[in-house]
Design a protein around this ligand. Structure first.
Ligand code: PRX
Length: 708
């Protein structure tokens, strides 16, 4: 109880309550940190929770899970072949799996269902329409404006629109294997655009609508997309996001190729949008689809043909184009959706993720549609017009499964239980969490206040690279959960806990999370850079690594006495801000672009709502003075190079940075100072004997960051 009270004190203190006008670090950062540590310690006691009601579903018992899991690792070919046979293959596969995770034995690869040909769009739409489910709703569409009723899309309507759009793409010269960049708001048409690409064998690459023109341009360039699908804009809360303007600017920034066609969805009323299209290049979505043939023949593609590229951040270099292929991804996305969310006929499912991230790919577009589910797509934000919006939507659409991120839960938790009142949420069957570790207090609030202690919390650990959920407390009647624990591997997934030398640990232990054998939606390549793929993910023979060497990479993990997995967060230079994965190197590159900056180092620090905040240490050029203007300029620099979600929370003017004698920045020290400020102890700082200039650390501790 003491821990809980301290924690909520830490969590509910709004930033404005700090004496910040930006000058000192808010007290709550340290309180929060201390509370998180205490909380984690409390949970080590392995509290076990069993929801009061959960019906027998797709998995009837833990024994059934155990039996299926054992089969999935003992004979993956037989296990996955059975499942794959429930999909439509134009030509059935010859071989289920062939893979190598050991670069000393040849090229690393992963191949599933080879010899087979199929099509994701056909399996997601045509198959259900052919089975008489054409009138079932595929997407309900909730506007940003509460009360504005927007039409739902049935499976038949979705298929009709996809065919016209696919023909419009073909008309623009898009052929099998060509990349198409999607820069759209979170509306059903974004999923339809993905499916239109899949239908003709084109490779979609969705760029989250929060990215800047520069970031979009570099992704268009890397993927070499000549066609872009965008929208005039969208309202998110009270904010207008002018997507067309950004896409137009990006097209102008792209080097080495030309964006020849932009298809622009009209989402805003014309008087708000004010967009005038560039003749010869741009066409309104509505005009393009109206002019297109209503029937579009499916392009049958090989199981290993690429389906999509999705850019994601790592600890080094520019974002990587994670490539997923067709057959294995289809089977894995669909199967995880079926069991993780326990989809049943009549359920309405709601995932709040944007299709700009992997969660939207696997658990909005592909997984639910492959299962023939009805789902809600929400284009707005959970806090608009107030913090009760999500709960009212749950009641309005009778949502059975709600899948969201801890950052959203923490933000809503801050508002107390008031916004929950007046909503029943009785339709909810289970609650999902994704993207970052869920702290036990947020877990409890979600479980008790939102779900009334009835619904399992499905805390799904996975990554862009894994394509689908890997470790998860599957919802099973009578099964218990441990708050904050991801529990068990999904079928076919063989987790390993390794040490920094890459040796596997046994039994109850702590270390780095790795995966031992291929699963169907294993990342297939880094687009255009196979070397980087092999070096990044497979540096240790026999393992897929969850992060990048040579530093300790990826996710930290603890396996407890019961064999359950606890994900303890990233141990590398990747930070997770509101569930957005950001490479600190990317933010550093943006900051040092400023002519007055000599050097910058970026670290994450515990943030009560975002999970982690962005803390930047900046060393200015000789003779340049610290100023508010400069600070604002640096923030702007991050916004324009990456996007608003990458704007720093704290700027710390650093006379110099702590480095080893070989000149390497000691980020470990910077992380400790960011987390604890002046309260940092010598113990926390650890070994400082390799510092080239020890007084630098004292200077940094004596000064402080400026909270923005
Ligand atoms: O650090 C882990 C964290 O998010 C990272 C993957 O980010 P991304 O590729 O953007 O995919 C996010 C959606 C799957 C992981 O390496 N992460 C994701 N889910 C969890 C998590 N950390 C703890 N618990 C989770 N449930």
């Amino acid at each position: 109880l003491v821990v809980a009270t301290a924690l909520s004190a830490g969590l509910v203190l709004p930033r404005a309550a700090s004496p910040s006008a930006g000058l000192v670090r808010p007290a709550h950062a340290a309180t929060h940190r201390a509370a998180v540590v205490a909380e984690a310690a409390a949970v080590v006691a392995s509290e076990v929770v069993t929801p009061s009601e959960f019906p027998a579903g797709n998995l009837r018992s833990l024994a059934e899970y155990d039996e299926m899991y054992a089969r999935s690792v003992a004979d993956p070919s037989a296990f996955w072949a059975d499942i794959a046979d429930s999909f439509h293959w134009e030509r059935r596969f010859d071989e289920v799996v062939d893979a190598n995770f050991d670069s000393t034995k040849g090229k690393v690869f992963s191949s599933w269902f080879s010899g087979g040909t199929t099509n994701l769009c056909y399996n997601a739409l045509d198959r259900h329409v052919a089975a008489g489910k054409g009138d079932q709703v595929a997407f309900y569409h909730e506007s940003n404006e509460e009360g504005e009723e927007l039409p739902a899309w049935t499976y038949a309507q979705a298929l009709a629109e996809v065919q016209r759009l696919a023909n419009a793409l073909r008309g623009a010269g898009v052929k099998k294997g060509d990349r198409v960049t999607l820069f759209m708001p979170m509306v059903p048409q974004l999923a339809l655009a993905m499916l239109a690409c899949a239908r003709i064998g084109a490779v979609h690459t969705v760029v989250f609508g929060g990215f800047s023109a520069e970031a979009l341009a570099s992704r268009i360039e890397d993927a070499a997309s000549r066609v872009v699908i965008t929208a005039d804009g969208v309202m998110r809360g009270k904010k207008l996001v002018g997507l067309y303007e950004i896409a137009d600017k990006a097209a102008g920034l792209v080097r080495g190729l030309e964006v020849e066609t932009q298809i622009v969805l009209q989402r805003l009323p014309p008087d708000v949008s004010g967009v005038s299209l560039k003749p010869g290049r741009d066409v309104w979505w509505g005009d393009a689809t109206a002019a297109a043939d209503p029937e579009c023949k499916v392009e049958w593609v090989g199981a290993e043909d690429p389906l999509f590229i999705l850019y994601t951040s790592g600890s080094t270099g520019k974002p990587k184009g994670v490539l997923h292929s067709t057959g294995g991804y289809m089977v894995y996305a669909a199967t995880t959706t079926k069991y993780v969310f326990d989809l049943q006929p009549g359920d309405v499912y709601f995932c709040t993720a944007d299709c700009g991230w992997i969660t939207g790919h696997s658990y909005v577009t592909y997984g639910p549609l492959l299962n023939g589910a009805s789902q809600l797509v929400f284009e707005g934000v959970p806090s608009y017009p107030d913090a009760g919006r999500l709960w009212r939507m749950v009641d309005k659409y009778t949502i059975a499964q709600l899948y969201t991120a801890p950052t959203a839960i923490r933000a809503l938790m801050r508002e107390g239980t008031g916004p929950l009142q007046g909503t029943s949420r009785s339709s909810l069957k289970l609650l999902g969490s994704v993207g970052e570790p869920i702290n036990p207090e947020a877990w409890r609030w979600y479980y008790e206040e939102v779900g009334g202690s009835r619904c399992p919390i499905v805390d799904t650990w996975w990554q862009t690279e894994t394509g689908g959920v890997m470790i998860v407390p599957l919802p099973i009647q009578g099964a218990s959960m441990k708050p904050g624990c991801a529990m068990r591997p999904f079928f076919g997934v063989q987790p390993a806990v390794i040490n920094e030398q890459g040796e596997e640990k046994e039994g109850a232990c702590e270390g780095l999370l790795a995966i031992k054998a291929a699963w169907p939606s294993t990342i297939r390549d880094v687009f255009g850079d196979y070397e980087r793929y092999q070096q990044t993910y497979f540096p240790i023979p026999g393992f897929y690594l969850t992060g990048e060497p040579p530093r300790r990479g990826g996710d930290g993990c603890r396996r407890d006495e019961d064999g359950h997995y606890w994900i303890t967060g990233r141990v590398d230079d990747v930070i997770n801000v509101s569930g957005h994965r950001i490479g600190t190197a990317e933010v550093e590159s943006a900051v040092v672009l400023h002519p007055n900056v000599a050097e910058a180092a970026v670290v994450g620090y515990p943030h009560p709502v975002k999970g982690e905040g962005i803390y930047i240490y900046v060393t200015l050029n000789e003779g340049v003075h610290e100023s508010d203007e400069l600070r604002k300029a640096l923030v702007m620099q991050c916004r324009s190079e990456i996007g608003a979600f990458a704007a720093p929370d704290v700027v710390h003017w650093a006379p110099s940075l702590p480095k080893t004698r070989s000149g390497k920045i000691m980020r470990r020290i910077l992380r400790k100072i960011a987390a604890s400020g002046k309260e940092v102890t010598a113990d926390e700082l650890g070994d400082t004997s390799t510092l080239a200039d020890p007084p630098v650390v004292d200077q940094l501790i004596a000064s402080h960051g400026i909270w923005l």
